[in-house]
Design a protein around this ligand. Sequence first.
Ligand code: F6P
Length: 352
Amino acid sequence: MRVGVLTGGGDCPGLNSVIRAVTKSLIAQGGAEVVGIEQGFLGLIERRSRPLSWDTVSGIHGRGGTILGTHNRADPFAFFGAGGADVSAAALAYTAELGLDSLVVIGGDGSMAIADRFSRLGLPIVGIPKTIDNDLHHTDRSFGFDTAVATAAEALGRLETTGQSHCRVMILETMGRYAGWIALEAGLAGAADVILLPEMAYSLEAVAARCREREQRQRLTLICIAEGAMAVGGAMTVAERLAGSPDPLRLGGVAHVLRQQLQPHVASEVRATVLGHVQRGGVPTPFDRVLATQFGCQAATMVCRGEFGRMVTLQGGTLASAALGDVAGRNRTVPLDHPLLASARQIGVCLG
Ligand code: F6P
């Protein structure tokens, strides 16, 4: 058995743990030969790969990033490097040339959409959910999210001390695209006074009122805002558009927008920090390493059982799988009746 492995889309902490688990498990369970495809689907297009052995995946468990590299614009069905042309046939031909019996795709909703199309063309594929955004359907928690939350919570702690010294309103912007999971959990962990999510448009008046109220008795107001958040009647803050990407919109900068909106309405100075890719880098937490290992082992088992066209899932603490088509191109946002929102309200957090 010869199995290809690739990591697609934006990277996240824990990818190396998955590569390690898939490779070791396939070798141990199935006596497989494992081939690493470089830079996501770009490696299939540009014919770049290398063998993965027990030894090459040893010592990578605690390392951030992905030893295989990744790419977030290499869609073989609309390849940016060929003016948007469909080069999927050439990519498929490369898998045949490599003698691959199947392919493990570690990625987010965009990668799963590509995987689903290849799967429908007859390539046996098992998907593994990956994203710091925690926004994949059928997956309560994706690896990388815990690390991102820990990083953002630590940043809030740092903003808290400097903000207190200067009696300021401090705003931290987290990633997460159209889902507010990182802002919600980091905000709760980092004791934010205001948490603003894409799922709930915020009222500037409500945020300003909370800041003014705190100015009467506290030295600081800490605001955690998700990059996809927007004011009532406003729009998401788009940083740039990347042609050729499954989702061309890159969000970013809403913290600065909020700062400008808020400053005229409060006495304290307002400062904004955009955390950005710091959330995606660095060493994965032990939780993410363990989750990534479980996902990798589950995927290897699915390959050995011939359960193709499906992605590993985690629901209610149980590992299972869902059809690629069920997760492709879909986002799981924070439901408005989520228990964490109720907890936030109960402890007086302003949700805008
Ligand atoms: O999907 C992961 C993510 O980090 C989002 O939170 C963010 O909006 C986006 O990717 C940033 O993408 P890029 O690395 O292309 O700037």
